[in-house]
Design a binder for this molecule. Sequence first.
Ligand SMILES: NC(=O)c1ccc[n+]([C@@H]2O[C@H](COP(=O)([O-])OP(=O)(O)OC[C@H]3O[C@@H](n4cnc5c(N)ncnc54)[C@H](OP(=O)(O)O)[C@@H]3O)[C@@H](O)[C@H]2O)c1
Length: 225
Amino acid sequence: MGVYLVTGAEKGIGRALALNLHERGESVIAVCLNDSDELRQMGLQVEPNIDVTRSAPLRALAERLGAAGTKIDVLISNAGIFRVVDTLGEIDYEEMRAHFEINALGHLRVTEALMECLSENAKVGLITSRFGSLGENSSGRCYAYRVSKAAANMVGINLWHDLKKRGQTVVMLHPGMVATDMSAGSTGDFIQPEEAAAGLVRQLDAAKLEDQPEFRHANDQLLPW
Ligand SMILES: NC(=O)c1ccc[n+]([C@@H]2O[C@H](COP(=O)([O-])OP(=O)(O)OC[C@H]3O[C@@H](n4cnc5c(N)ncnc54)[C@H](OP(=O)(O)O)[C@@H]3O)[C@@H](O)[C@H]2O)c1
């Protein structure tokens, strides 16, 4: 059994990931922007008030984990936002920056702050999105989200190169179209967070240190960058 850290753990896919892993007996550190009494009462270690756009709380978390001798076997950087369906002529550059700060730089900030807490052979899973695929963008729009998620994949490949030297690996993951607050109001065939989490956990279990950087759907499909 291992130590898993999940960001954005208080709801949606992050919560489902934390519960999936807890239920199979892993030790789960649930990192929350706010807090989760629900997860705490279920026996998970909850780390509240951690905004992935701020380095100080992440560094403080790293210090707490270091002092407790905790090593993370799998770091799942999941926190993200999708707040605007922006179209040309109506781009909100403040929102664009906010998406970039959370969805792209968030993964980098979290991994950089916690890298000394990673165990030997640790895995890092970045929850990006198929919306960030350059090869699959057939419908345009959603500039802020798409651009930030494409950048997230590049962050992941760069991290892969750096962490490989330390014997660790990184995989970029798309959860599918999932019924969460993020997708509320959208139409389509959405799966439940529990199904997405189960698929993401399968991908993380299967990821190997010797793999090349990969962008995978929770359903195992290899996605184009
Ligand atoms: N749902 C989908 O169909 C879908 C598809 C592709 C990719 N994804 C990706 O999957 C991940 C999880 O999405 P979801 O659908 O579960 O969305 P969600 O239900 O909106 O959950 C997002 C989580 O991220 C947290 N968060 C937001 N901003 C944060 C910040 N600055 N610092 C720390 N935590 C922050 C949220 O905290 P609060 O609740 O406190 O705001 C929440 O816990 C995201 O990266 C998303 O882009 C989702």
